[in-house]
Design a protein around this ligand. Sequence first.
Ligand code: ADP
Length: 617
Amino acid sequence: MGETTLKRDLQEVGVSRILEVVRRYWGFDSLRPLQDEAIQAGLEGRDSLVVMPTGGGKSLCYQVPPLLSGRTDVVVSPLISLMHDQVAGLVGNGYPAAALHSNLSRSAQRRTLEQLRAGDCRLLFLSPERLLSPGFTTTLKGCGIGSFAIDEAHCISHWGHDFRPEYRRLSMLKKRFPEASVQAFTATATRRVRDDIVAQLGLREPRILVGDFDRPNLIYRVVPRLDLRSQVGEVLARHKRQAVIVYCITRADTERLASHLQETGYRALAYHAGMTAEERRTAQEAFSRDRIDIIVATVAFGMGIDRSDVRCVIHAAMPKSIEHYQQESGRAGRDGLEAECILFYSPADVLRWESLMQKSSSEADPAVVTATLGMLGEMRRFCAPGGCRHRKLVQYFGQDYGPEDCQACDLCLGEVEDLEDGTVTAQKILSCVARSGERFGVGHTADILLGAKNERVRTLGHDRLSTYGLLESSTRKQIINLIYQLIDQEVLARSDGEYPVLKLNPASWMVMRGERQVWLMPIKGRRVREARFERESWDGVDRTLFDELRKLRLRLAGKRNVPPYLIFSDASLRDMARRRPTTPEEFLRVHGVAERKLADLGEIFLRRIDDYSQQSG
Ligand code: ADP
């Protein structure tokens, strides 16, 4: 028997041991890509950097090694709320885990320390401040920590989008615990951040594991923004009583949209950095506990959102980089089930970002300004029609995309109509700008073209212009969208400043003289088609039973005061509603059901399924 065969055999033994505990504690039948490699690195006590997209299953990679080796490991995590829910989830699976943070009572902290000293804790969650606080190092050394897992490791890099100064101090970790290994985990894929993490943490010959960045269960759509409120309404109608995150650019935008949604009867709340810590905590908890369905937020909302059943992420406007888009949209469908990521795009967003960036660029490093503008350009290209959105995203992160057709984006599903020859429309708009003397903004120009009867138009005598009412069969919002498309294509310009006005440029005159054609995006409503993934993931599922089981889960979660996804994920409930188990053995075969869950919840769920089967015959 050759050495390779022996090695392979050992590996197989390793994999089967891993699978055995994964089945026993989590009820999963297989490992996700790279989980095996990351767990092996953890078991060997080797430094590593694990880059996996959100929902890729990073947690399991640091949860399994201490369980198999019987040692105690530490997880460094940036948010207390995140630690709290993770510990609750693990303990619910019968896994000995604990956290130490400032929100715990003294006696609770004492109990955890005792558990730790007795060697009865496999995983301890800590904040970076706590980990490096004076005196605590000695306590930890006494417990013989085997390995440190750094969650959200990109927080250490100021090239990332979530830089946290307290993470910087983690560079001391290797000096204080030279014998322990360090595993860094992140979903941020850029090379610069990756290299920075390795350097800052001082990882020694780390195993670098970079996962596949495609998320086949996400259905991407980019739709021209015409009337945001009614468009958001249409999307929400497709996601009744489901978890939805809406991202807006400014705090004011989030508040306006959240109150509009509340008035329309939705369970929605705003979330932004201008709210007090307490208000933010309440909103986040309401969302994670399923007391509200929709959170309308700025970029401030993100880390620590462990709710795995987010079925839709709406971008009310274009984010400023693909990194942001990937992080934010990536919060959808972490349970692996289908989820929609829809972005309402207007070329006005690009102008808005440019002006926000200009405002903050006075003291910024010119290299950073150029890099930021470059990222904005990439995001804009992502929004343009043509190609496949899955491919564009994956290629941006430097990976290849295999499938010809993803069957899960608006372009591949054939929802996007071809560009139309809009030369005549463009000529009408441009001559309106010329006739009114290049002195007015987008709104007023749209009013003239629409034939609006408002006072400003009348006092200025613009109702007597030959271009008055030239686009009267369109709506005001459609005309505005068309004007922005022209700006986007640079056949029309807009001045800077607080009250920007429309200006003609040499390209505008070429269009007006008929020397240049203009192609425009059609601005009518779009029909949404069902994606293949969506169809398949509902295959054989009794939807009424699924809804019933969700209700039961919500009730139990309320009683136990835990987030519903910690009781069972949507993926488990859907599998239950597909298999309709009748015995404990069958229940154990459901995705995500392990021994502890069977003992704890088997009876009540089996009874509900049985009742349902009897009622529905
Ligand atoms: P990440 O931290 O990478 O965003 P998580 O660790 O939170 O992802 O995992 C995302 C979801 O996938 C969780 O609901 C988790 O239980 C589930 N999951 C992880 N590993 C597996 C697996 N091997 N099989 C099935 N589900 C898994």
